[in-house]
Design a protein. Structure first.
Length: 358
């Protein structure tokens, strides 16, 4: 079997992956323009920048596409827009913002639904492949295989792989695209605020993965301990008559109790590390709004940044921590499921396995 999880996923689902990736790329311009609308609402409609000097009507949806200066600087008018008074103009912009909410939500719904379906199909394929390989185990290897452990691996240990398979390629592109789009929008509004946001994001991506490395080791140890516990319990159940005959019940209780104690210690260590990482991540995420209010407020007071831009930057940053956090979580899951996948493959790839043709 293919030992690299990403190669296995890409080989069996590349067509579905490419379709979803195309939808992700199409969704990014809509996401960028949805960040621009709050600035227009504040500056153009509420503060009335489009209605100064006695102007009673302003064009809504006046769409022009322009080329850069090095390409000639030509502009193309796609729509002259509708001439609206200030209150209808405000209502129209708010409806436009609501429309972007529905559009972006529709993209997310389709992407998440496609990822889920893709993951379930691949999980079904993987479980069937593992079961099919069990039927091809050589007789001498079957003597060393515990039925409870094998069933646990096929049923439970590959379960997390199904949730990750759909996210393997789509999730980093989708979340990374959103984060880059939001960051680019912030930089366009204010270079200094963009540098602040970029600095905090760099700190998150540098510190949080380092703190999570220990979680991978603890997770691997917990998985092995849980598998060994399942195998031991199955042995006791299968040989319960011998346990009663030789009166070894207390010994079995003590051994299982010790195994449960080891699992408890590992799980508690995972909880402590996990919540410490979460505390640090939340702390870094909350520092940025503080700096935005401080530095952005100073720029707004001194006239170097208008109120609409500040509101738009804060609204854009509101959507930035979530993709960054989910990208870090994705990287954690990537390492975790790769370990799980390799452990499962090692158990189902014995020497001299019977060829599938027979």
């Amino acid at each position: 079997m293919e030992r690299n999880l990403f190669k296995y996923i890409w080989f069996h689902s590349r067509k579905e992956q490419l379709v979803v990736l195309a939808v992700v790329l199409i969704s990014l311009p809509f996401y960028f323009y949805s960040l621009t609308v709050p600035k227009l609402i504040v500056n153009q409609a509420i503060q009335g920048e489009s209605f100064q000097d006695g102007v009673e009507k302003a064009p809504f949806m006046d769409i022009n596409l322009g080329l850069p200066d090095f390409l000639g600087g030509y502009s193309f008018q796609l729509s002259s827009g509708l001439m609206l008074e200030q209150i209808p103009y405000l209502i129209a912009l708010c409806l436009l913002f609501l429309g972007f909410v529905f559009i972006n939500g529709g993209f997310k719904f389709y992407i998440n639904l496609s990822k889920g379906a893709m993951g379930e199909r691949m999980l079904r394929r993987l479980r069937y492949s593992l079961f099919e390989r069990v039927l091809r185990f050589p007789p001498f290897h079957m003597k060393n295989v515990k039925s409870a452990e094998t069933a646990t691996m096929i049923k439970d240990e590959v379960e997390p792989l199904g949730g990750f398979i759909g996210d393997a390629f789509v999730q980093p592109v989708f979340l990374g695209g959103q984060a880059i789009t939001a960051m680019a929008f912030i930089v366009v509004q204010s270079m200094w605020l963009g540098l602040i946001a970029g600095g905090i994001v760099a700190m998150q991506t540098a510190i949080i993965p380092r703190l999570r490395r220990r979680l991978l080791i603890l997770g691997k140890e917990r998985q092995l301990a849980a598998r060994q516990l399942a195998g031991r319990v199955a042995e006791v159940v299968d040989g319960v008559t011998a346990v009663h005959v030789h009166d070894t019940s207390n010994y079995e209780r003590a051994e299982v109790s010790a195994r449960l104690g080891v699992i408890f210690g590992l799980r508690f260590a995972i909880f402590k590390r996990k919540f410490a990482v979460k505390f640090m991540n939340n702390l870094l995420a909350q520092i940025t709004p503080f700096l935005f209010y401080l530095v952005g407020g100073y720029f707004a007071i001194t006239g170097r940044l208008d109120i609409g831009q500040l509101v738009a930057v804060i609204a854009a940053y509101k959507d930035l921590p979530s993709p960054i956090k989910e990208l870090i979580d994705w990287d954690q899951r990537r390492l975790d499921v790769q370990i799980k996948y390799e452990q499962v493959i090692n158990q189902f790839d014995p020497e001299e396995i019977i060829p599938s043709e027979t």
